[in-house]
Write a protein that binds this ligand. Structure first.
Ligand SMILES: Cc1ncc(COP(=O)(O)O)c(C=O)c1O
Length: 339
């Protein structure tokens, strides 16, 4: 393979050697298959293509100073993929198949795991798609579960540096009783126009509000939202946000650091009272937010005036990464080693 510039990887697709596939047919899952093709052969009438029967996950594997490979909280991703499958009537992937497939995908592509110190990781993308042919609106009776991996660096170009975001009032990513709480492709398709608009205006991402009242903060495009004030970690509670595994982990870390934590409705105006705000997720890790523009209300909320990440975000970021790379003990039992 051509030599990868580990320190300058961005969050993009990079071809690796193998991916893993498993088919659900006649009511049961088959054996895992190893493939070196980047393509799938899919029926023209597959429900995944027409009716959005598709769900995915994002997990990271890290190489530590000791050379060991660490997988972060994969069981939570397995559970979330089950709830995504339930939410759009797809066959659930059993936990054992999920685990075996991701571990196999990592092991077979070991040479793509970024070295310790590069701040990069191996991103694992499990994918579940309806492959059965239907033309009426109906759940498929055949599915493909596929896992591929790709080495990635920071999601936002600047790395661990504050970014600017814009509040969206003209577009929602998910309906109040819709599918925002599960990780299915349709949610992301719905967010593309507002994301492009925000990017064109120079913002890194969009901050979505609750779709019904446009009063409360929901989440950022690819990540959950959090705010810090008075030694308290505060994150929105809403039925239409994706339950982030990193957010869940940061709540545990904040509690462990002696901070208070709250998961509750967060009104947009409350932004004015936060000392620090940020986005969090597997891909974005912690991305501090420097400025949030509420164009329709003519308001600009500014944080980190010196353009540096705030002290609490910095502490949480380093602590989380230290656990992921194995520099801090895994006292919460979040790591699974891959031999
Ligand atoms: C919409 C959305 N919110 C939040 C997250 C963060 O979730 P996690 O921390 O489990 O990666 C993601 C990424 O998976 C996402 O796509």
């Amino acid at each position: 393979m051509e030599k990868l510039d580990w320190k300058n990887l961005h969050f993009g697709y990079q071809k690796t050697d193998y991916n893993i596939r498993c088919y659900f047919r006649n009511g049961k899952w088959g054996e895992l298959e190893i493939s070196s093709s980047e393509y799938v052969n899919i029926h023209i009438s597959a429900t995944g293509l027409h009716y959005g029967q598709e769900a995915f996950e994002g997990i990271k594997a890290f190489k530590g100073k000791d050379g060991k490979i660490r997988l972060f909280r994969w069981e939570e991703n397995a559970e979330r993929m089950k709830s995504s499958a339930d939410g759009i009537l797809m066959a659930e992937v059993p936990k054992e198949i999920f685990k075996e497939a991701i571990i196999k995908a990592v092991k077979l592509n070991k040479r793509f795991i970024p070295p310790y110190g590069s701040e990069a990781s191996l991103y694992i993308r499990p994918l579940l798609i309806g492959t059965g042919a239907e033309i009426g609106i109906k759940a498929a009776d055949e599915y493909l579960f596929l896992v591929f991996v790709t080495p990635v660096g920071h999601y936002f170009k600047k790395g661990f540096q504050p970014v600017d975001m814009i509040i969206s009032r003209s577009c929602d990513r998910a309906a109040p009783l819709g599918t925002g709480h599960i990780k299915i492709g349709g949610n992301y398709a719905a967010s593309l126009p507002s994301l492009k608009k925000a990017n064109d205006m120079g913002f890194s991402s969009v901050l979505y509000l609750d779709a019904k009242e446009k009063k409360y903060i929901d989440e950022c495009g690819p990540a959950n939202f959090f705010g810090i004030k008075d030694n308290t970690y505060i994150t929105p509670k809403s039925p239409s946000i994706l339950p982030s595994i990193i957010n869940m982990s940061l709540i545990d870390l904040a509690n462990d650091l002696g901070m208070k934590t709250e998961r509750r409705k967060v009104e947009v105006e409350e932004l004015a009272t936060f000392e620090e705000v940020g986005a969090c997720g597997t891909a974005t890790i912690i991305t501090p937010i420097k400025k949030i523009v509420d164009k329709d209300k003519g308001k600009v909320y500014e944080f980190s005036k010196d353009s540096k990440p705030g002290p609490v975000s910095t502490k949480l970021y380093h602590l989380l990464q230290a656990i992921q790379y194995g520099d801090e003990p895994d006292k919460f039992g979040w790591i699974e080693f891959i031999e």
